[in-house]
Design a protein around this ligand. Structure first.
Ligand SMILES: [Zn+2]
Ligand SMILES: [Zn+2]
Length: 262
């Protein structure tokens, strides 16, 4: 199975200062076969404008692709915040450039976010908040076609004013299954986001029970992403995820060029 990191942020994202060239050096040093930059664009972020200067992003990354072409495959991607209140803006933004790969992520729901001050959780039990999160995710994957893989499926467990923030998947498995079935029907995939190992210790976002569930329902399109905002995290836990993927039965990870599977 190929070693890839298909979720990385750089100084083109509002929340990272990382130099893409240092990401590339780390990826080569860790023996990765292929990487994809996926800087942020979100259309409503109450605390911080997640804009992306796509022209300069492409200009700089294309130059790095050429410079390192003998050493590693580099793709130019995007992490777009999926939000049903900005359907036209999102489609127009994604279609304006030739991204190789697009992660669709849920960062904001009805103008409320999960980070502090975390307005999304006000007056909700954990079960209510998590159900709304998964229902909104389902609505987004049904509504949008402009993405390749859904980002960090159950990362809502990182946030919220609850003593135990962990998602109780069994309470929401009906909705999560509908998310998987929609992804599979539309030819979209799922990532394991290894930033989740910091929260969960033994797995990322989502956990491997959910990846197994996706596989059992017929899902075969999977990627691995560190979600690194600093270069030291590039490629982190990729080998751990590959072991689990092989154990489940996947043949290989998927890679993409101009939003089509290689
Ligand atoms: Zn994200
Ligand atoms: Zn990210």
């Amino acid at each position: 199975m190929r070693k890839i990191d298909y979720h990385m942020h750089t100084y083109f994202s509002a929340d990272s200062e990382a130099d893409p060239k240092v990401h590339i050096h780390t990826a080569i040093a860790k023996g990765l076969d292929e990487i994809c930059f996926t800087d942020h664009r979100d259309f409503h972020y109450p605390e911080c404008p997640f804009e992306l200067d796509a022209d300069n992003y492409f200009k700089e990354l294309k130059q790095l692709q050429r410079q390192f072409q003998q050493l590693i495959k580099i793709k130019i991607g995007l992490e777009i915040g999926l939000d049903v209140e900005y359907i036209d803006e999102i489609n127009r933004f994604v279609n304006a450039h030739d991204y190789d790969y697009v992660i669709g992520s849920i960062h904001v729901i009805h103008q409320t976010e999960f980070y502090e001050p975390a307005a999304f959780f006000i007056n909700k039990t954990k079960e209510e908040a998590h159900r709304e999160f998964f229902l909104n995710t389902l609505e987004c994957v049904q509504t949008f076609d402009c993405f390749n893989c859904l980002g960090h499926l159950d990362y809502i467990c990182r946030y919220g004013p609850y003593v135990n923030k962990e998602v109780e998947h069994s309470l929401h498995q009906d909705i999560i299954d509908d998310i998987f079935k929609t992804l599979i029907h539309k030819g979209k995939g799922l990532e394991v986001n290894t930033s989740g190992y910091k929260t969960r210790g033994v797995c990322g976002f989502p956990n491997f029970e959910q990846i197994q569930r996706y596989y059992d329902l017929g899902g075969r399109i999977i990627t691995i992403g560190s979600d690194s905002h600093t270069s030291d995290r590039v490629g982190e836990h990729v080998e751990d995820v590959i072991k689990e993927y092989q154990h489940i039965g996947f043949q290989d990870v998927s890679t993409f060029t101009k939003r089509v599977r290689d």
